[in-house]
Design a protein around this ligand. Structure first.
Ligand code: ZN
Length: 245
């Protein structure tokens, strides 16, 4: 009754959220890479230094309306996988919080690039809701400051020029090393730390399944490569995995 069940690590990237209307901002062909001017809005140096950059960034966040996005069939399929009784951990490159909103247990999701659902003060590091900050923008504040200390607020995401959280990275590495099956969903596996996590999983002897519209550098070493749309292919894969147990 205590037989060890295989741990499944699921790395998710922008591809799982495109059906929810969230574009790929950060990937190799992402919005930020194609528009250097827009990239300044999400780069910590200019953002910290320039109120005009921040004003534009807040307007962009308001207009994009990412908080309104709803989870899709891909997010829901991973919830089913976890409810199927298999130990599952999600390592996500996304900042949209849609795995958790779909019902995946919060403590089993590691957000490698942080979360856009919260803001953080650059001075006192207190966190609060993005929704409240956007309400202040809507009410006419061009650059809402920290309610606690008056410092500059930024999304609780890893901006360009910022390091990833070493604690999160270490936890993700441990899960990758320990897993028996590594699913890479909707990620090109070209951006740090995704590729490193796949390497750790493969070194640990895990089986790799890649589900992505575009080829990835890891396709040749994957046990299975799935090119079909995530919204249909992921529920199908989950049914297979749950049936196998
Ligand atoms: Zn503060």
């Amino acid at each position: 009754m205590n037989a060890k069940r295989p741990l499944i690590a699921v790395l998710t990237g922008a591809g799982i959220s495109t059906d929810s209307g969230i574009p790929d901002y950060r990937g190799p062909n992402g919005v930020w890479q194609r528009d250097p001017d827009a990239q300044r809005l999400v780069t910590i140096g200019p953002y910290r230094a320039d109120p005009e950059i921040r004003r534009r960034a807040w307007l962009l966040r308001r207009d994009v309306g990412a908080l309104l996005a709803e989870p899709n069939a891909g997010h829901r399929a991973l919830v089913e996988l976890e409810r199927g009784g298999l130990p599952v951990r999600i390592l996500t490159q996304n900042v949209d919080g849609l795995h958790q909103r779909a019902g995946f247990p919060v403590r089993k999701v590691l957000e490698l690039h942080g979360t856009a659902r919260e803001v953080e003060c650059l001075r006192c590091h207190v966190r609060s809701g993005m929704a409240e900050a956007l309400d202040r923008v809507a009410a006419g504040e061009p650059d809402p400051a920290c309610a606690a200390c008056g410092g500059v607020l930024k999304p609780a995401t890893v901006m360009f020029g910022e390091a990833l959280d070493p604690v999160v990275l270490e936890q993700a590495g441990a899960i990758a090393k320990a897993c028996d099956l590594f699913l890479a969903i909707g990620t090109t596996l070209q951006v740090h730390p995704a590729a490193g996590l796949v390497d750790l999983a493969l070194d640990g002897g895990a089986r790799l399944i890649v589900m992505n519209a575009e080829p990835t550098p890891y396709d040749p070493v994957a046990a299975e490569v799935i090119r079909e749309p995530i919204g249909t292919a992921l529920p199908e894969l989950v049914r297979r995995l749950v049936a196998r147990g």
